[in-house]
Design a protein around this ligand. Structure first.
Ligand SMILES: [Fe+2]
Ligand SMILES: [Fe+2]
Length: 326
């Protein structure tokens, strides 16, 4: 489902590289989806799910060579994603598990998410065997579905634990975007010669486009808008080229359209804030008097806020809700 705002803007911005102007990412009207930086973690799960589905379909069609090629890339992507969760020695990235342990009651520890990775690593070795070390399509057809099932369960388990934990952190007003920049992204840039960041962005976009909107979830746009929110202006000049080269022209125009609509909205809000206050005309020749804002009735109670977030909150937070696409 392409958002109406995206389609309106896509025609006017298809040939331009989206700029990086206002980008606080803190607000967005219902019509303009706001960026969700944590989508680079949440939608990485959709990359893994999508690529596993593609590999299974290739095996079903006896297309072993393409299944092997895709596995090779998925393996690399999964290793990076897991490092973004566990943290990586050698750079200052502590990983998302450490963050939720510190700020959300040891949630990763209690949920034994690191242990769950150990189990996956063992199964992954079997898949490496049948795809890479001793290629064998018949064994791949037996073993890959076992790995896929275990991995699917792991992804769901993580979402059940991490999403409420991030929600808790947001409620505390913690700087989530800054945490991602300092504790997660360095995993992708610590080995410059390996071009992990470029691979991560390109592979994610390629896979997500194949599985975009199948269930009404705009996976590509949400992932790339999250990246945009994390990038500096200089970084975005480079990242947006990788994105553009990985997507179809139509999909890239959709992404660019939403980012531009958000930027325009932010600029309009900024301009409205900076506009001089309206002055009332004093017909008796006295100096102009500033119009007073209506007195706040401190006695009347404001509508009670529900202590628990709306059901769609978690989905919106990670960019998976339908509302984000509207
Ligand atoms: Fe994981
Ligand atoms: Fe994960």
């Amino acid at each position: 489902m392409v958002s109406s705002m995206a389609s309106v803007n896509s025609t006017s911005t298809a040939n331009t590289s989206s700029s990086k102007g206002s980008k606080d990412g803190s607000s967005g009207s219902p019509g303009v989806p706001k960026p969700m930086p944590m989508a680079i973690m949440r939608n990485a799960h959709e990359v893994i799910r999508g690529a596993m589905q593609d590999i299974q379909e290739m095996l079903d069609q006896d297309d072993f060579e393409n299944a092997r090629k895709l596995w090779h890339e998925l393996h690399r992507f999964t290793d990076l994603h897991m490092a973004m969760e566990e943290g990586r020695k050698g750079c200052n990235a502590r990983g998302i598990f450490k963050l939720v342990d510190e700020h959300a009651d040891d949630a990763a520890k209690k949920g034994k998410l690191r242990h769950s990775h150990e189990t996956l690593y063992e199964l992954e070795e079997d898949v490496v065997d049948i795809f890479e070390k001793a290629p064998d399509m018949d064994r791949a057809k037996d073993i890959f579905p076992i790995f896929r099932k275990e991995n699917e369960a792991h992804l769901t388990e993580e979402e059940d634990i991490l999403m409420p934990s991030i929600q808790k952190m947001m409620k505390q007003g913690l700087p989530i975007k800054q945490y991602i920049k300092t504790d997660i992204l360095p995993v992708l840039t610590m080995k410059e010669d390996k071009h992990d960041l470029e691979f991560f962005i390109r592979f994610a976009n390629q896979v997500l486009e194949r599985h975009d909107n199948v269930d009404g979830k705009p996976r590509v746009r949400v992932f790339d808008h999250g990246l945009w929110a994390l990038a500096t202006a200089e970084e975005w000049k480079v990242w947006s080229v990788w994105i553009k080269e990985s997507l179809s022209p139509e999909k890239y125009a959709e992404v660019e359209g939403v980012i531009e609509a958000f930027e325009q909205e932010q600029e309009a809000k900024k301009a409205a804030k900076e506009a001089p206050p309206v002055e009332s005309v004093n017909l008796r020749g006295k100096s102009p008097v500033r119009s007073k804002s209506p007195k706040r009735d401190t006695k009347s109670k404001s509508p009670k806020r529900s202590s628990s977030p709306p059901k769609s909150f978690l989905g919106k937070m990670f960019g998976m809700g339908k509302a984000a696409a509207s």
